[in-house]
Design a protein around this ligand. Structure first.
Ligand code: SF4
Length: 199
């Protein structure tokens, strides 16, 4: 599925540590988290609020002196074969890229980190690997994605949304045993989706 249209949040001070950033949303996700705030992004055509790639490019070009980075999130960005081209397009404007992923596509993650100038990655630890069926995913993919990040050498952080439907205190204990002491692991509350605005 080519990245012809993207959702845009013009500014965030929260989603890219240390940088003023814009957020781009991609369409499509293989997981089915019961608390998903973006159900319109899971399948089907992009929502009407999504903008053509050219408009996104023009916006980033105009704001390139104000912004310091761009977060690419989803859905699941790694679903898209041309994600690497989007990364190049953004970095050619002098903006750093942070990639958010659920860890569902470890091979694609490895390829893009090897071949493209991604600055930072956020990987979701949704629950302990043995219970990934609760979000429609595979724990093996998560573990492989974690291995890829550890071998990469770039900046990454791990995130767990405290959604009681899928993550219990026992799951958090199991994840704590998985996370290394030198890794950044953020616990975030369930929150409302950020506003998405066009242009
Ligand atoms: S990974 Fe994100 S977009 Fe996909 S189902 Fe879960 S919450 Fe929704």
């Amino acid at each position: 599925m080519p990245l012809e249209r993207l959702g845009l949040q013009k500014t965030t001070l929260l989603d890219y540590p240390g940088r003023v950033a814009a957020v781009l949303f991609t369409q499509g996700c293989p997981l089915r988290c019961p608390y998903c705030h973006n159900p319109e992004l899971l399948q089907g055509p992009p929502p009407d609020s999504f903008l053509p790639r050219g408009e996104i490019r023009a916006f980033l070009h105009r704001r390139r002196t104000v912004l310091e980075g761009v977060v690419i999130t989803g859905g699941e960005p790694l679903l898209h074969q041309d994600l690497g081209d989007l990364v190049e397009e953004i970095t050619s404007l002098g903006l750093a890229v942070k990639l958010d992923t659920s860890g569902a596509f470890p091979e694609s993650l490895e390829r893009i980190l090897r071949d493209r100038p991604v600055d930072m990655v956020a990987l979701d630890l949704k629950t302990r690997p043995e219970r990934y069926h609760l979000v429609g995913g595979r724990g093996d993919d998560l573990l492989r994605s974690l291995e890829v990040l550890r071998a990469w050498g770039g900046r990454y952080l791990l995130r767990t949304t405290l959604a009681p439907q899928v993550v219990t205190p026992e799951d958090l204990d199991a994840l704590a045993a998985l996370v290394r002491p030198d890794e950044t692991w953020i616990h975030q509350p369930l929150r409302e989706p950020p506003p998405r605005d066009g242009g």
